[in-house]
Design a protein around this ligand. Sequence first.
Ligand SMILES: NC(=O)c1ccc[n+]([C@@H]2O[C@H](COP(=O)([O-])OP(=O)(O)OC[C@H]3O[C@@H](n4cnc5c(N)ncnc54)[C@H](O)[C@@H]3O)[C@@H](O)[C@H]2O)c1
Length: 344
Amino acid sequence: MMRHAYADGHLRYGVVGCGIQGEKHVQVIDLIPNAAVVAVADVNEDRARMLGLRHGAKHALTDWQELLAIDEIEAVSIALPDHLHREVTVAALEAGKHVLLEKPMATSVEDAEAMLAAQKASGRKLMINWSNRWMFGFAKTKERLDAGALGDPLYVYARLNNTLYVPTQMLSWSASTQLPFWLICHRYDIARWYFGCEAKRVYAVARSTVLKELGLDTPDFYCATVEFEDGQVGNFESCWILPESMPYLVDSKFQLICSRGYVNIDPTPPVHQVATEDSYAHEGFLFGNVMGQPVGFVRNAIEHFVNCCLTDREPLITGEDGLHITRALAAMVESAQTGEPVEL
Ligand SMILES: NC(=O)c1ccc[n+]([C@@H]2O[C@H](COP(=O)([O-])OP(=O)(O)OC[C@H]3O[C@@H](n4cnc5c(N)ncnc54)[C@H](O)[C@@H]3O)[C@@H](O)[C@H]2O)c1
């Protein structure tokens, strides 16, 4: 356990993918005292230049291979669309960089296996950024479980939804992913973390109506029941067709039933309501700036990775974890397609 928030040393850093999530990585790396942004890369040149300039990067590139060729860069964040993670991750590890890869690890088991093999061959660190583990309620619940305060975790019900804005406007690549990889993975990671074992049997149902009519070939919603090795059960639900009039982009509910306790985590209450004479808004909870500085779980997860690199510790979420999680998520997709349960 580190006594201070920041490990000694200074990690020279690159960020591949400067979209919504990549920007957060650049912001956090620029801010924290033990890391510095050396280069950013995005096929969108304006985006790379804008972020590079704003955060003092020496290089703003359109080709990630050029970024990986920069010797002084020791670690990279990869924040590319879900289906594009494998090639860059493998290349980054082969180039000797530590990698913080955005969730999901991959959209296929084959891709996840290739990345894990590259990590093992390289001896570098690979963390998958299931950053919700750093959210207050999820982290506190893990502490209570470890302390035995709740008894044994038996059952998780988890719902994580988005409004239609996300697949139709926010993401240009929504048809290249599916809800188990985009949303369910966050809650599956938490359930697996609490249960401490792997999925044994997965049954899932998905339906396509709304997005199909809009020309997007990815299901509207998924419901998945997962039986775990030690008998625990998780029910995971996710949709991304909620009306855009919803006050939040995200709708979330999480319940954990234990042999001697119950936990309810709802990260989307109106934490901050703002009403003016002509408008009413709820402030989101995902990422915020306070006095010009990023705060919250997104920052904490990235800091954890930087500290692990500098102190040569294993990150909390490794490539091995990522592969196990990918197997369960891919089984959800397979089960929904075949109508049959998948045994793992
Ligand atoms: N940890 C979390 O809570 C969290 C939250 C949101 C998104 N994500 C994940 O982060 C990743 C990125 O999501 P996003 O919302 O930032 O998407 P985005 O579409 O906003 O950003 C993706 C960026 O990648 C760039 N890009 C695409 N192909 C490229 C290539 N070959 N080379 C260089 N740049 C390329 C695009 O131009 C774009 O700027 C996804 O895997 C997503 O699931 C994680």
